[in-house]
Ligand binder design. Structure first.
Ligand SMILES: [Zn+2]
Ligand SMILES: [Zn+2]
Length: 433
């Protein structure tokens, strides 16, 4: 990224959709010194400004994905902070939260600082580290949350595994409340889920695979909502996948409990049927569920029960995904397909309006995780996603910026694509085709 004096950037004539300001208008956005100088009004280009023609495109506050697995430190062969942050901007994301299940685990201020610096050095999407709740994510000893917040951690989680001890989760929520950061839970009762490879139901029975019942997730959802009620801490529920989970979150929100929730693009677009043929690129945790669950998750997004859309971007080495289904690792990459999937399955099918989709991908992630951005109001950071919701394209994993190729969408036709991504008022990605 260039370090010389930053030129003004004028985003000209796009349709600006910014739910943080209730704005949907054709106009200009002027970025100056890395910040938004003006938004909405048609302005003449200042001397020396870079003018970007946005006619026919959507100009949105930059997308933020709060659930991303980079593999650095530890598995730089699978993904680095730089390749993951590059994939993010190619998908239209200007910010991401990096999960702490690295090797070693991001459970101390030095590692939090390392991940944050690697993100700054890469100069693509902003990288916000998560800190682990427990030392080495072993669930025994609470990690030094205060030190990690001071080093730049924006939230805490043991994602990849659940916090099995209710007492530890209670304590984490109490501490996190003092720091005003969310505690994010990977909801999975291991005594029910262990050894499971897909959703428990008719398809798992037919394929002869051990299933993971919906209750493995839902038991943790209600436990953590009750602990949030007890402590007043902010529980954020990761990658919800079942109808029952949506109903439980709705129950908690109706009672004013401090609970937020996210859903992955794959869980609102695919069902367990994708596992047919033992396709390991359809293996993830939580698993793809039924059409009834997909519909409930979509409805939860539409009515605000589910706050955020995320990817749970989880790159794996090709060889690892080539194993037998039961032994293959969980997870898929998602940063470079999420916008297309969300446009195709939510926007174009009338589940969400454009403003609702942008809200769930930008404004709300910023608000829920207390991050910069999520708004193009004057004075905000100049993080902007310019996209074409009508552009048809076919997913070709070999073109991903991510090192990961493990996607269930390979060869799928999607409609909706990022065209230009700006972070801090600089173009960090521009589509070339
Ligand atoms: Zn998880
Ligand atoms: Zn995850």
């Amino acid at each position: 990224m260039s370090r010389d004096v930053q030129r003004d950037v004028l985003l000209k004539g796009g349709r600006i959709v910014d739910p943080s300001q209730g704005m949907d208008t054709v106009g200009d956005v002027l970025l100056r010194g890395g910040l938004v100088e003006s938004c909405g009004a048609v302005v003449a280009a200042p001397d020396g400004a870079d003018v970007i023609d946005c006619a026919g495109l959507i100009v949105s506050p930059g997308f933020i994905d709060v659930h991303v697995h980079l593999r650095e430190p530890g598995r730089e062969d699978v993904e680095t902070v730089a390749t993951g942050a590059h994939a993010a901007v190619a998908g239209g994301f200007t910010g991401l939260c990096a999960m702490p299940n690295t090797k070693p685990v991001t459970d101390n201020q030095a590692t939090v600082g390392f991940v944050k610096r690697r993100g700054e050095d890469a100069g693509y999407a902003r990288v916000y580290p998560y800190g682990a709740i427990s030392v080495s994510q072993k669930g025994d000893t609470l990690a030094e949350m205060g030190e990690m917040v001071a080093a730049g951690a924006v939230a805490f989680t043991d994602d990849g595994r659940p916090v099995e001890s209710a007492h530890m989760m209670r304590t984490a929520l109490e501490y996190a409340r003092a720091f005003n950061v969310p505690v994010a839970e990977h909801c999975e009762d291991m005594s029910l889920a262990r050894g499971g490879a897909m959703n428990e139901g008719v398809v798992s029975a037919r394929l002869g695979l051990k299933g993971i019942p919906a209750e493995a997730e839902e038991i943790y959802v209600i436990r953590d909502i009750l602990l949030a009620r007890r402590t007043g801490g902010h529980i954020h529920l990761c990658h919800l996948s079942t109808k029952g989970s949506v109903e439980l979150v709705r129950w908690g929100k109706e009672r004013g409990i401090n609970v937020t929730a996210e859903v992955c693009s794959h869980h609102i677009s695919l069902t367990e049927d994708a596992v047919e043929g033992y396709n390991t690129n359809a293996k993830m945790n939580p698993p793809l569920r039924t059409a009834v669950d997909v519909q409930a998750l979509q409805q939860g997004l539409a009515d605000g029960t589910i706050d955020l859309l995320v990817t749970d971007h989880a790159p794996h080495h090709y060889d690892e995904k080539e194993r037998e289904f039961a032994d293959a690792p969980n997870g898929i990459v998602g940063l470079e397909t999420a916008l297309g999937v969300n446009c195709t399955y939510l926007l174009h099918r009338g589940v969400l309006s454009l403003a609702q989709m942008i809200d769930a991908m930008s404004c709300k992630p910023a608000r829920v995780f207390h991050l910069p951005g999520g708004s193009l109001a004057r004075g905000q950071v100049g993080d902007v996603t310019i996209f074409d919701p009508s552009r048809a394209w076919t997913v070709d994993a070999s073109r991903f910026k991510s090192k990961g190729r493990n996607t269930p969408y390979g060869g799928h036709a999607l409609t909706g694509q990022a065209r230009i991504t700006l972070v801090g008022g600089r173009v960090v990605y521009r589509a070339t085709d």
